[in-house]
Write a protein that binds this ligand. Structure first.
Ligand code: FMN
Length: 312
C-alpha cells in the first residue's frame, strides 16, 4: 500500500502581482534598509520587507528623546530620518541586490506632491525594487501642514500623480488618523493604487508627571505596538470591505495568531514593525511560528484565510 501523501503547505500570497513566499513582511522604519538585519534575520525567509521611508533630500530627523515605551506600545517621533533617495540607490541598493531571493518595497514620502514624484522618478532607475509604498502620513508643507492622507482629495491628487510616473506597483499606506478609513481607501483605489497598506502610527503623546516635560522632544509622536492592534484590525476590516485591491495589514502584530487574525479581517499580507524593536529576530520567528500554526491546524493553503472571518 502506498503511503498517504499529506498536501504540502502553501503559504504564498500575491499582492498587486507580486508573489510573496509567505505573508510576513517587515514594516518600514523597523528594519532599516534591510541590510542591517542580514546578520540576525535570514532575509529570504521573509515574505518581504519595506525599507525606511525615503525622501528627495537626506533628513536628520527630530532631536532625542525620540522613543518612549508605553503600556503595550511604543511612541516614536524619529522625524523620518533617512539617507535620501540618491544615497539609497548608490549605497544600499547594490548591497540589497547582492542578496538572493528577497522581495523588498521602497517606502516613499515627501512634503509636497512634487517631492513624492521626484523620489519615485529617481527610484525608477534602481534595480530589484518590487514595489513602492507611499507614506501619505507626511504633512503637506504647502497646505499648512495637513497630512496628505487625511484629506481624500489631496490623497487622490498625490496618488494619481505618482501612479502616472511609477514603473512598479504602487501601494498606498494609509494613516489611521482619519474620520473614515473607507473614504481614504476608496480615494487611493480610484487614483490607481495597486494595493493599500494600513495602519501607520496613531498620533499620541505622553508627559512625565515628575518633570512635567513631554516624554518625546517633538511633544507629539506616533503610537505603535500591541496597544493599537484591535483598532488596526477594525480598520483593515473596514478597508478590505471598501476596496477591491489587496490590503496589507499591520499594527501590533507579534505572533502567528495575530497574522491569521489580520488575514481573517481581510489582509492579503501583513507587516511587522515594533516587535522587531524588542526582538530583532521577530519577523523570522513569526514565519516559523506561522508554519507551525498551519501544520497544527491542518491548513494546506494560507491564502484561503484572507477575509475568512466567520460571522454566524
Ligand atoms: C520607529 C518607527 C519608525 C517608523 N518609520 C516609518 C516610515 O519611515 N515610513 C512609514 O510608512 N511607516 C513608518 N513607521 C510605521 C510602521 O511601519 C507601522 O506602520 C506602525 O509602526 C504599526 O505597526 P507596528 O505596530 O507593528 O509597529 C515607523 C514605525 C516606528 C515604530
Amino acid at each position: 500500500m502506498s503511503p498517504v501523501l499529506k498536501p504540502a503547505l502553501d503559504m504564498s500570497v500575491n499582492v498587486a502581482g507580486i508573489e510573496l513566499k509567505n505573508p510576513v513582511m517587515a514594516a518600514s522604519g523597523s528594519f532599516g534598509y534591510g541590510v542591517e538585519f542580514e546578520d540576525v534575520v535570514t532575509l529570504h525567509r521573509l515574505g518581504g520587507f519595506v525599507v525606511k521611508g525615503l525622501s528627495r533630500e537626506p533628513m536628520a530627523g527630530h532631536p532625542p528623546p525620540r522613543l518612549f515605551e508605553t503600556a503595550a506600545g511604543m511612541l516614536n517621533a524619529i522625524g523620518l530620518q533617512n539617507v535620501g533617495v540618491r544615497a539609497f540607490l548608490e549605497e544600499k541598493l547594490p548591497l540589497l541586490n547582492n542578496i538572493k531571493n528577497i522581495v523588498f518595497f521602497c517606502n516613499v514620502f515627501g512634503h509636497s506632491q512634487e517631492e513624492y514624484e521626484d523620489v519615485v522618478r529617481i527610484l525608477n532607475d534602481g534595480e530589484g525594487i518590487a514595489a513602492y509604498e507611499l507614506n501619505v502620513s507626511c504633512p503637506n508643507t504647502k497646505c499648512g501642514g495637513i497630512s496628505f492622507g487625511s484629506d481624500p482629495r489631496m490623497l487622490f491628487a498625490v496618488v494619481s500623480a505618482v501612479k502616472k510616473i511609477a514603473t512598479r506597483p504602487l501601494i498606498v499606506k494609509l494613516s489611521p488618523n482619519v474620520t473614515s478609513i473607507p473614504e481614504v481607501a476608496r480615494a487611493a483605489e480610484e487614483a490607481g493604487a495597486d494595493a493599500i497598506s494600513l495602519v501607520n502610527t496613531f498620533m499620541a503623546m505622553a508627559i512625565d508627571a515628575e518633570t512635567r516635560k513631554p516624554r518625546i522632544a517633538n511633544v507629539t509622536a506616533g503610537l505603535s505596538g500591541p496597544a493599537i492592534k484591535p483598532i488596526a484590525v477594525r480598520m483593515v476590516y473596514d478597508a478590505a470591505h471598501a476596496v477591491k485591491i489587496p490590503v496589507i495589514g499591520m499594527g501590533g502584530i507579534s505572533t502567528a495568531a495575530d497574522v491569521v487574525e489580520f488575514m481573517l479581517a481581510g489582509a492579503t499580507a501583513v507587516q511587522i514593525g515594533t516587535a522587531s524593536y524588542w526582538d530583532p529576530c521577530a519577523t523570522e520567528k513569526i514565519v516559523d511560528e506561522l508554519q507551525q500554526w498551519c501544520k497544527d491546524h491542518s491548513v494546506a493553503r494560507l491564502a484561503d484565510f484572507i477575509g475568512g472571518m466567520i460571522l454566524e
